[in-house]
Ligand binder design. Structure first.
Ligand SMILES: Cc1cc2nc3c(=O)[nH]c(=O)nc-3n(C[C@H](O)[C@H](O)[C@H](O)COP(=O)(O)OP(=O)(O)OC[C@H]3O[C@@H](n4cnc5c(N)ncnc54)[C@H](O)[C@@H]3O)c2cc1C
Length: 333
């Protein structure tokens, strides 16, 4: 039986490991478009701050891949899926057949229409490559502008703060709010950040960015003119589902799955940040970003690809460490 997994992140690699641990004879191929060995994305800020080394980031070393006989094809991107032919097509047009397929392509930071023209001036912070580029630039960086929502924004702010950088955070909201659950701290967060020296601009947004003399001039809707050495931002995170475009695989913002992580197409599963799953309390589909979900969904998808019928139970919170304070947060919605 040939199991093909798209995406060498936590969900994809956990599924691959689960399959091989339960069935040594299964053929497992993981196709990932990053050049690195599978790494712990959630530790990128620790890496940026020099608290862990690049080696410490490795989630699954080469020896383990070899030991379990998992074939990892690094730096290769899946372009399309053909469920009727049980095959996928890679960017260089190679066709790979599968018996069972797992889509574990994670999410991507996205810019809205207003900021898209300035995308070359905005620094993303999602991959190890982003972190390596930033790490190289750090000595030249003093002032940073950060906009966007979500806990990874807070993670970045906390990292830049630990590195002694001056930070301006721009939010559309009335207060700095990153989806935290702990009600007390949720209210305190804005002043907590201000006390740490972070300048917060509320009810505003960036409308243009220009580069002059290695610095960036940022104009906001409320006509503030700011300058910075680097501008970070994204309007939102979106499940990365470009490889299912034009297929019959059911989707909303993410790939729709049932509790067994099966998609609408036979023998195709999905797990991790790219997934949208039915939430029985909300009575709607919901994207459940975060590491614990990716790990658990990877394990369940791997088992179910081998014919089991395990179900995934929704977890709504994840734990996050902010400048030494442990917080509970909802990653999404
Ligand atoms: C800075 C930062 C800090 C974070 N901190 C935390 C935290 O403290 N706690 C927490 O719970 N979560 C945290 N997260 C989120 C967590 O890292 C993600 O939820 C988790 O990595 C999701 O795992 P995944 O396997 O679903 O997706 P990913 O880790 O995104 O892996 C998906 C992989 O698939 C690849 N891929 C995509 N499309 C294709 C294609 N077509 N072909 C081939 N490969 C493809 C991608 O490049 C990527 O390598 C953080 C994220 C970031 C960016």
């Amino acid at each position: 039986m040939k199991h093909v997994i798209i995406g060498a992140g936590v969900a994809g690699i956990t599924a691959a490991k689960t399959i091989k641990e339960l069935d040594r004879d299964a053929e497992v191929v993981v196709i990932g478009n990053e050049m690195f060995l599978p790494y712990k994305r959630y530790l990128l800020t620790e890496f940026l701050c020099g608290k862990v080394t690049q080696e410490d980031l490795i989630f699954f070393p080469m020896e383990s891949l070899k030991e379990l006989d998992i074939k990892l094809r690094r730096g290769e991107s899946v372009k399309t899926i053909e469920p009727s032919k049980k095959s996928i097509k890679l960017l260089h047009n190679e066709i790979v057949n599968y018996d069972k397929l797992l889509i574990a392509t994670g999410s991507v930071p996205k810019l809205g229409l207003v900021l898209r023209p300035y995308k070359n001036f905005i620094h993303y912070y999602y991959s190890l490559n982003d972190a390596l580029v930033l790490k190289n630039k750090l000595p030249e960086i003093e002032n940073c502008i950060v906009f966007g929502k979500g806990i990874s924004c807070l993670d970045l702010i906390s990292g830049l703060y630990n590195l002694g950088k001056q930070i301006t955070y721009i939010t559309k909201g009335k207060r700095a709010h990153f989806g935290l659950r702990e009600s007390e701290f949720k209210v305190e967060l804005h002043s907590f950040l201000e006390e740490k020296g972070i300048k917060i601009i509320t009810e505003d947004r960036i409308v243009s960015i220009h580069k002059s003399n290695h610095r960036y001039r940022v104009e906001t809707l409320r006509e503030k003119n700011l300058t910075a050495d680097v501008v970070f931002g994204w309007d939102r995170y979106k499940p990365n589902i470009s490889c299912i475009k034009g297929t019959s695989i059911g989707k909303k913002s993410g790939i729709l799955v049932n509790v067994r992580l099966e998609t609408s197409e036979k023998d195709i599963y999905a797990a991790g940040d790219c997934v949208e799953i039915y939430h029985p309390c909300l009575k709607d589909y919901w994207i459940n970003f975060g590491l614990p979900n990716a790990l658990e969904q990877g394990t369940i998808a791997g088992k179910n690809m081998l014919g089991r019928e395990e179900e995934y139970n929704i977890h709504e919170t994840i734990t996050f460490n902010l400048m030494g304070k442990s917080l509970k947060t909802r990653w999404w919605k």
